[in-house]
Design a protein around this ligand. Structure first.
Ligand code: URA
Length: 209
């Protein structure tokens, strides 16, 4: 079964409470989402491999540590996931960025692909799939399936707020994908929104409401 990491850092808790407020404008919302993504990325990269590197400080030579050169990719699920990309790249600037677009079929309620552009060598990369809200889990489950179909083997999913229903669905569908969650909320409402949540993350990032 996959590991679920719910963030317990005070800065993350503070910033998530901030973005939940309905009177927070898009500019501040965007900035905060980016900062939170950066902090979650910090936790989600804890196990990246290191290698020794000989360096010379102004004082002497020493053996330091550097990332072992594993290739990384950040893949936002459109459109709200775009809000997390800048923060992720602040932590892992060498990562390539792909995009996955899914919409919900109003009749079947299934997630349907409308866009997929991934780094050419994505199957060699460790992928950080990002979407601020893990609600029903339909789109993240489908996005992971798309990545696996392209041969990606190492996938982590990062979100800012999750509902227990979405976490369960992801774990059942993809037990090999670890999940990093800023805050685990109570439930989904009848419209598929997370409660208490923060509303529609895409609208709040892009000011479309
Ligand atoms: N997507 C959102 O943007 N918000 C929710 O609460 C659920 C899904």
């Amino acid at each position: 079964m996959s590991k679920v990491h719910v963030m317990d850092h005070p800065l993350i808790k503070h910033k998530i409470s901030y973005i939940r407020r309905e009177d927070l404008g898009s500019k501040d919302f965007r900035e905060m989402i980016s900062e939170i993504a950066m902090l979650i990325c910090y936790e989600a990269t804890r196990d990246l491999k290191l290698q020794d590197v000989r360096i010379k400080t102004p004082i002497c030579e020493m053996i330091g540590k550097e990332l072992a050169g594993k290739k990384l990719a950040v893949i936002p699920i459109l459109r709200a996931g775009l809000g997390m990309v800048e923060g992720m790249l602040a932590m892992i600037p060498a990562a390539k960025v792909g995009h996955i677009g899914l919409y919900r079929d109003p009749e079947t309620l299934k997630a349907v692909e409308y866009f997929c552009k991934l780094p050419a060598d994505c199957e060699e990369r460790d992928v950080f799939l990002v979407d601020p809200m893990l609600a029903t889990g339909a789109s993240s489950v489908e996005a992971v399936r798309m990545l696996k179909d392209k041969g990606v083997k190492n996938i982590r999913f990062l979100c800012i707020i999750a509902a227990p229903e979405g976490v369960k669905r992801m774990q059942e569908a993809h037990p090999d994908v670890d999940i990093y969650i800023g805050a685990l909320d109570e439930k989904l409402n009848d419209h598929g929104y997370i409660v208490p949540g923060l509303g529609d993350a895409g609208d709040r990032v892009f000011g479309t409401k």
